[in-house]
Design a protein around this ligand. Structure first.
Ligand code: CA
Length: 236
């Protein structure tokens, strides 16, 4: 039940702490606070939260380091909080393994919606990874994507992708040959309540191209359909 969710908030600004504590408790979440990066790691270890809201700029240890450290042994859902929307691209680019990103200032309503969206996505991921429901390997245009093993091979070579890059590629490949609109992609990969910079999608496409295209400046696999969105070219 989402209502009894235990959330660890790693945040050092008192005004945010007060608002989050009040707002999230009101939503029925059980809230714990860490005021620096080290405390976030300690509280994560001692209390095993169901969810972490992690500020990027924290004393002692940055949110980025905290996220990396936790990801070494846990897949607990994490939303990272950045102070400026321009920071998002940088943080996304570091591939620390967060599930979503929000930018300050955000509304409590938006935050709660994003938390619930991440939890829902995690649940459906868990269900789709049941052995009885084994997903098929998708192979198109020299790219092979294994949804179960979360692996991508390009002409037989393993390609390392961040979580969102993988999800984006999977969505494009499942719909190979069809144009997917930007709104549809953002909705599916980042959730219906995503209100961050739409540049985030372009950043992810760019990274995929760098990893998959022979010439990323002249993409043949993931093409841009001007004014509409993107398409994975199905050449078999
Ligand atoms: Ca901060």
């Amino acid at each position: 039940m989402a209502e009894s969710l235990k959330i660890l908030i790693a945040e050092d600004e008192e005004s945010f702490i007060d608002a989050l504590q009040l707002g999230l408790s009101r939503e029925g979440f059980s809230v714990e606070i860490a005021r620096d990066g080290q405390e976030a790691i300690d509280k994560f270890t001692s209390s095993g939260p169901d969810f972490i809201l992690l500020d990027v700029m924290l004393p002692k240890k940055s949110g980025i380091d905290v996220c990396r450290e936790i990801r070494q042994h846990s897949q607990v859902p994490i939303i990272m909080v950045t102070a400026k929307s321009t920071e998002i691209d940088t943080v996304v680019g570091l591939e620390v393994g967060a599930d979503d990103y929000v930018t300050k200032p955000y509304s409590m309503r938006e935050l709660v919606a994003r938390i619930r969206a991440v939890m829902r996505r995690r649940q459906s991921d868990d269900e789709s990874h049941m052995p009885s429901d084994k997903a098929k390997i998708i192979e198109r245009s020299g790219v092979s994507l294994d949804p179960d093993r979360h692996e991508v091979h390009l002409k037989g070579q393993l390609v390392k992708l961040a979580l969102k890059e993988f999800e984006l590629l999977e969505l494009l490949m499942i719909n190979a040959g069809k144009v997917l609109t930007r709104d549809m992609i953002i909705d599916r990969i980042w959730g219906a309540y995503y209100s961050g910079d739409t540049k985030t999608l372009d950043v992810h496409v760019k990274r995929l191209r760098t990893k998959l295209e022979a010439d990323p400046s002249d993409p043949k696999l993931i093409t841009t359909i001007r004014g509409l969105g993107y398409r994975f070219e199905d050449k078999r």
